[in-house]
Design a protein around this ligand. Structure first.
Ligand code: DQA
Length: 148
């Protein structure tokens, strides 16, 4: 299986900014950790980061043509208002898991609402980089179930 991992806006700054909220790992370190988990499960990951809504939408649409099995996404700030990203995920209809480093429910009220979550199979947040690992494992379990 090949899975698309999308990191949304500002996540390229990880490890350098707001470490008390998001931890000290960089995006490269998170991707390395995910690659390790993927290797153990014999799945392939494609990583993508963008600060641009349209670029993320293009990538999601592309996932259909390139026959990705599923999507792991941290939509960053777009989580809370991007109907366009939600519509793209809904259109491609690939199993998708939403992840967040922080516990979005323990922060500002506006972060408690995700317009993306309703088109996902599940959401993981609050565990730092392990949110990504847990999200990936959940997605793989879901795909196994589909294949069975
Ligand atoms: C985030 C939470 C969002 O509210 C925020 O805008 C981010 C990061 C997280 O991973 O905790 O960019 O998605």
């Amino acid at each position: 299986a090949r899975i698309l991992v999308i990191h949304g806006p500002n996540l390229n700054l990880l490890g350098r900014k707001e470490r008390e909220i998001y931890g000290s790992d960089t995006l490269a370190e998170i991707n390395r950790l995910l690659s390790e988990v993927a290797r153990q499960h014999a799945v392939e990951l494609e990583f993508f980061q963008s600060n641009h809504e349209g670029a993320i939408i293009d990538k999601i649409q592309e996932a259909m043509e390139t026959a990705r099995a599923g999507i792991l996404i941290n939509p960053g700030g777009f989580t809370h208002y991007s109907i366009a990203i939600r519509d793209a995920l809904s259109a491609v209809a690939l199993p998708t898991v939403e992840v967040h480093l922080s516990n979005v429910h323990a922060r500002e009220e506006f972060r408690g609402r995700s317009v993306i979550a309703p088109v996902c199979i599940g959401q993981v947040g609050g565990f730092g980089k392990q949110s990504y690992v847990l999200g990936l494992l959940g997605l793989l379990k879901h795909l196994e179930r589909d294949a069975a």
